[in-house]
Design a protein around this ligand. Structure first.
Ligand SMILES: [Zn+2]
Length: 410
């Protein structure tokens, strides 16, 4: 089982200089190889193979001796492998086209081997013994170590460990249905009761501060010291926002995973939603995608299962008691009455319960095995081919609700 631990590093001034040189070499070779790939494609229409640009290295080290002196050679090998990965992520639709690296953004290098944990320190080839804060014991065999420097000048090491799988898991056995939203971040139904977790709106809490610093930054003369100072201040606010978001998502996902064995969520089409300008900020800030990823890997680690149900499943409009589906349920209706069985529903609790039920149904149909992503085969009406942004005029509470409203159910 693989496990990652991220620790803060405190390199000395000399070590910082050595790291800067290594970052520089890795960046230079990435840009060189990427450029070669692009040129090769323009000339031949074919992509350059990993082995080809890896084989440039010996010659490049002769032409540019600093490449050999300043950087551990395995780090450069890693750059080649990562570029190859970036290309396949692009071709398989998981990522955008690889970018040239700039010295103004986060810097990182990867060591595939030979980094050792010595007491409270990390022994890194070409850099030396660097002081680290190990907030938890490093157990298991070190696989790779990635050293990074943030735009706010902090150093970190992400240590990937091969563990022996013996981790103390808390093993609840509930099945949870989760409805994700913007007002409440997560509405959780365990089959008996509903729990609502409100949306902390991390960005909103820092918005004024961020706007003020960003305005000052843009008004400074380019290249001036004060511009650099404000650039760092802006980066610091972004860092704080992203840290508090991750902290919230980690804590909530840990709590839910500890309680359960199976978690059911809706498959949200986040990329499509973010294109909507009015909502994009809130949707990016809320971090649903990251949350579902956290749930997934935490469940996998304890042999649990995450089930994603089709995003056109009418979770809000279905009565969780009798299964009746109402024709319309506008977003402002928070509570409703089922015309068939006369039960009164709270909109969100009902949706979360339906998500849970649908997940269990899929699981039974699959005999408990994978794969778990299911779409109910609903079709979009041909008159609305657009991506839907234009019709998102109402003050939507959750986007999935909106997506459901132009779906024809068989
Ligand atoms: Zn009913």
């Amino acid at each position: 089982m693989l496990k990652a631990v991220k620790v803060r590093l405190y390199p000395t001034t000399e070590q910082q200089e050595a790291l800067a040189k290594s970052f520089g070499c890795a960046r230079w070779y990435w840009n060189y190889a990427l450029n070669a790939c692009i040129q090769h494609y323009e000339e031949t229409g074919k992509s350059l193979k990993l082995n080809v640009y890896k084989a440039y290295l010996p010659q490049l080290k002769v032409e540019h001796p600093w490449l050999k002196e300043d950087c551990y050679s395995a780090v450069l090998q890693c750059v080649a492998i990562n570029l190859n990965k970036a290309y396949s992520n692009f071709f398989e639709g998981r990522a955008k086209f690889p970018k040239f690296k700039s010295k103004h953004h986060e810097q990182s290098i990867q060591y595939p081997q030979n980094v050792k944990v010595v007491g409270d320190c990390l022994e890194i080839p070409k850099i030396g013994v660097v002081k680290a804060v190990l907030h938890r014991p490093i157990e298991g065999k070190v696989k790779t170590v990635t050293i990074s420097k943030t735009p706010t000048d902090k150093y970190f090491a992400s240590i990937l460990l091969i563990g022996d799988g013996e981790v103390g898991f808390v093993s609840g056995n509930k099945t949870l249905g989760i409805d994700l939203g913007l007002k409440d971040f997560a509405i959780v139904h365990d089959g008996e009761e509903v729990t609502k977790h409100s949306n902390p709106k991390h960005l909103k809490r820092h918005e004024k501060n961020l706007a003020r610093k960003h305005k000052k930054f843009t008004r400074k003369v380019k290249g001036s010291n004060s511009r650099n100072k404000y650039k760092k201040l802006v980066a610091k606010v972004h860092e704080r926002v992203s840290n508090s978001r991750q902290d919230f998502l980690h804590k909530l996902s840990r709590k839910l995973v500890d309680e359960s064995q199976i978690i059911v969520v809706e498959n949200l089409h986040i990329k499509g939603m973010v294109r909507n300008r009015k909502l994009s900020k809130s949707i990016s800030d809320v971090g649903w995608g990251m949350f579902v990823n956290f749930l997934d890997y935490k469940l996998k680690a304890k042999d649990g299962q995450l089930i994603e149900i089709g995003r056109f499943f009418p979770s809000s409009k279905t009565c969780s008691c009798c299964g009746h589906v109402v024709d319309e349920l506008t977003l402002d209706i928070r509570e409703w009455h089922c015309p068939k069985c006369e039960i009164h529903h709270d909109r969100d609790g009902n949706a979360a319960l339906n998500i849970r039920k649908e997940g269990l149904r899929i699981l039974q149909n699959n005999g408990g095995g994978n794969p778990v992503i299911a779409d109910r085969g609903c079709v979009r009406p041909p008159t609305r081919k657009g991506k839907g942004q234009r019709s998102m005029k109402s003050e939507a509470h959750t986007v999935p609700d909106f997506l459901r409203c132009w779906v024809v159910h068989p």
